[in-house]
Ligand binder design. Structure first.
Ligand SMILES: Nc1nc2c(ncn2[C@@H]2O[C@H](COP(=O)(O)OP(=O)(O)OP(=O)(O)O)[C@@H](O)[C@H]2O)c(=O)[nH]1
Length: 766
């Protein structure tokens, strides 16, 4: 025990101030860091049990607002800091509030007023409570290093502005403090009430069921019922606590009213215990000095036990702060440093961008496609797949082809030759490929823009202007690169439309097409059920092997009874909308069937009156539809479709291959190779350094705070290391602290007979 005391004094002197400082800093920061639980002593008890009186006695000064009607309404964190006595130090004690940094209160009555004012500011004037801490540091050569927290007392009946659930609220507030494993609970119970049912001991037991970190304090021993005493309690016979009990006598209200000083009260207390027949045999458990000693001892012991885990926790937070510091970066002042930083950021940005495109990023995502893999997906799974699904004859009816053929033959009668209509139609179908190609380009552009946004390094985050400029330059670069890609794609489509290479090895020959057409017509005629083959027969296997039907429409030769109204709407309306030729007015075979002609109502052949003739011709209507088609024409039409499909396949393959190449060549690859140069040209200018490297306002403040935090953490860890190594050497020297005459540890002699130990300063304050 004796050796422990000596060891603990060493720990207390070195570790507690650092922990106090850490506590002070952590109180102002939010987030993860504020969750570090540091060793501290929390005072709990029912209202008016004497908590504040105990604290004042420990400090040895009058400074807490007290009076008949005044109670603790906000948690008060009291950091006692022992200041070493030096010849230069005048030894004056002072207090400093966290909310008033730099202002030292030497007059303790002003500290009381400030606590009162702060309480009223947060919790109002009428008994309301608040869980917002007031933090007060007391620096004195006469106090022991420790942090004490005074909490509002447990109350049952709401008064004043207190809400109806005041008891639950205060209990919650208390529990939030005392459930932390690093907290020592000072459970204050007044001796003039039933100790066995003490609120303080009950709530302490909830948070510390084993009683391993609870110290019982019994106040008001002077006003117990005559004939009773708290001896059994102090001995731990009623409610056992591993850390034991201390009995105290504080100033009564009358003493306070009469302005009796604390020193006088301490002297009275000493006298009281000395003279008391029961308590004088329990001197190690009675009196404020004993409490101070015990507390300091236990707190230090507690810190010692908590050191390894605290150190580990601090180290992990240090890593977090170091990471933050890295984000905030170094301050660069000189032009050379600025230039270097700018170059580094740009280089890093471009490297990240390239790596992302090439799939060589440091972090390879496994949850989703990312970077260049998305571009590949756009090319193969969106673009190529969509093109593969295009049916070139989908919106082309048999009648469309028939009209096109007849228009192409002009006034002559077609002998055979679907070449001209084929070329017209195939061009039209090829032109439809332009849109998906340009969309594909747009998608890739969007991807690159997204990538350029996500590859902003941590360095960049603190320079919003540079970020904005990089974004603008990269955006413009990519927009500019889109144009040649766009032109290339347009050219590719135009090239395909400009020359229909009917000698292409993959293109089916005319004779083969006719052969196939005849075969198809034959099998279609054989199938009596089929009067009219649907325009598109998806899912039907064809010679192309892609599930598209070669024959979209085979006219019905046997029955031409359908009128213009029966024709698919698209055929009728599209004839005027389509632009592949001047409507032919001569069919290869004139038809007298009026149902084949669009005759306007009221149209009469006026030549009849003018030129009397034996045979009169009917005037042609303004819109003419092709007359009934011949078998030859049917073959031509089906053959045209087969040719269309075949040639479209050739073009489709070219486009599927060349468009991604064009996009890579004109857009993606330059973004990887030339973006860096563009950045340098546009941004690496001395006159821009200052503007570009202007930090966000709060970054400087955050960096400062993170640095402070890092230093405190570092210092604390270092101190803990020193303390740990001291502890090792102390335990090695333990034998030398044993008195060879008595066999007792030397420290016991000191503590019983000497005032040299800093632990007992409180009791000797004058
Ligand atoms: N006679 C006597 N009176 C005491 C003793 N301890 C405290 N008192 C008186 O009890 C009253 C309440 O004391 P406080 O220290 O304010 O009690 P508290 O627990 O801090 O009260 P709250 O902050 O309101 O919860 C005061 O009038 C004190 O003077 C004691 O040991 N003996």
């Amino acid at each position: 025990m004796g050796e422990d005391i000596r060891a603990n004094v060493t720990i207390g002197a070195s570790v507690i101030p650092v922990i106090n400082k850490l506590q002070d800093i952590l109180a102002t920061v939010g987030g993860e860091l504020s969750k570090i639980s540091l060793p501290q002593v929390v005072v709990v008890g029912s209202q008016s049990s004497g908590k504040s009186s105990v604290l004042e006695a420990l400090v040895g000064r009058d400074f807490l607002p007290r009076g008949c009607d005044i109670c603790t309404r906000r948690p008060l964190v009291l950091m006692l800091e022992n200041r070493a006595r030096t010849p230069e130090d005048d030894g004056r004690e002072w207090g400093e509030f966290r909310h008033l940094p730099g202002r030292r209160f030497h007059d303790f009555s002003k500290i009381r007023k400030e606590i009162q004012a702060e309480t009223e500011k947060e919790a109002g004037f009428n008994k309301g409570v608040s869980d917002k801490h007031i933090r007060l540091k007391i620096s004195s050569p006469n106090v022991l290093n420790m942090t004490l927290v005074d909490l509002p007392g447990i109350t049952k009946v709401p008064v004043g502005d207190q809400p109806s659930d005041i008891e639950a609220r205060i209990r919650r507030m208390i529990m939030s403090h005392i459930t932390q494993e690093n907290c020592i609970i000072l459970a204050v119970s007044p001796a003039n009430s039933d100790l066995a049912t003490s609120d303080a001991l009950q709530i302490a037991k909830e948070a510390d069921p084993t009683g391993s970190r609870t110290i019982g304090v019994i106040t008001k021993l002077d006003i117990m019922d005559r004939g009773t005493n708290a001896c059994n309690f102090l001995l731990g016979k009623v409610v056992p606590l591993r850390l034991g009990y201390v009995g105290v006598v504080n100033r009564s209200q009358e003493d306070i009213n009469k302005e009796r000083g604390i020193q006088e009260a301490l002297a009275y207390e000493e006298q009281f215990f000395r003279d008391h027949p029961v308590y004088n045999g329990l001197s190690d458990r009675c009196g404020i000095p004993q409490l101070a000693k015990k507390l300091n001892q236990i707190l230090e012991q507690h810190i010692r036990t908590a050191l390894p885990s605290l150190k580990a926790e601090l180290n992990s937070y240090m890593a977090l702060v170091a990471r933050d510091l890295k984000v905030y970066g170094e301050v660069v002042q000189s032009e050379a440093e600025q230039g270097m930083m700018l170059l580094n950021i740009i280089k890093r940005y471009c490297e990240d961008f390239s790596a992302m495109v090439d799939g060589k990023g440091q972090e390879i995502l496994t949850s989703q496609l990312y970077g260049g893999a998305r571009i590949h997906y756009i090319f193969q799974s969106i673009f190529v797949k969509t093109l593969e699904d295009i049916d070139p004859c989908e919106d082309l009816t048999g009648e469309d082809i028939q009209i096109a053929i007849q228009n192409a033959t002009g006034p002559r009668s077609a002998i055979f030759g679907p070449e001209v209509p084929f070329e017209v139609l195939v061009r039209r179908q090829i032109s439809q490929l332009l849109d998906p190609c340009l969309q594909c380009l747009q998608f890739v552009y969007d991807e690159l823009i997204k990538m350029s946004r996500t590859c902003e390094s941590t360095d960049l985050q603190r320079f919003p202007f540079l970020q904005k400029h990089l974004k603008e330059v990269a955006g413009k670069f990519l927009r500019d690169a889109v144009r040649p890609a766009e032109r290339m794609i347009e050219n590719l489509i135009e090239m395909e439309m400009g020359y229909i290479n009917s000698s292409h090895p993959q293109f089916i020959s005319g004779s083969k097409a006719v052969e196939l057409a005849m075969h198809q017509i034959k099998s279609s005629q054989e199938n009596k059920d089929v009067e009219r083959v649907p325009t598109t027969e998806k899912g039907q296997k064809s010679w192309t092997g892609r599930g598209r039907s070669v024959v979209n429409s085979v006219p019905n030769h046997g029955n031409h009874s359908h009128s213009n109204n029966d024709r698919p709407k698209s055929a009728g309306s599209s004839s005027s909308a389509r632009t592949w030729g001047i409507p032919s007015i001569f069919g290869s075979k004139a038809s007298s069937d009026e149902s084949q002609l669009d005759k306007s109502p009221g149209e009469t052949p006026h030549d009849v009156q003018r030129t009397p003739a034996t045979v009169q011709l009917m005037e042609p209507p303004s819109i003419l539809r092709p007359p009934e088609i011949t078998e030859n024409e049917t073959v031509e039409m089906v053959a045209t479709k087969i040719l269309l499909q075949s040639y479209f396949d050739v073009v489709r393959k070219n486009i599927e291959d060349l468009v991604p190449k064009a996009i890579m060549h004109f857009l993606v690859n330059p973004a990887k190779t030339s973006l860096h140069n563009t950045f340098i040209q546009k941004l690496y200018r001395q006159d821009l350094f200052e503007v570009l490297l202007q930090e966000q306002d709060e970054v400087a403040a955050k960096r400062k705070r993170a640095r402070e935090m890092f230093l405190v953490l570092q210092q604390t860890v270092q101190t803990i290391d020193e303390v740990e190594s001291d502890m090792v050497s102390q335990s090695e020297n333990a034998s030398s602290t044993v008195d060879i005459n008595t066999g007792l540890p030397r420290i016991l002699e000191i503590s019983s007979g000497s005032t040299q130990l800093p632990m007992v300063y409180i009791s000797t304050v004058t």
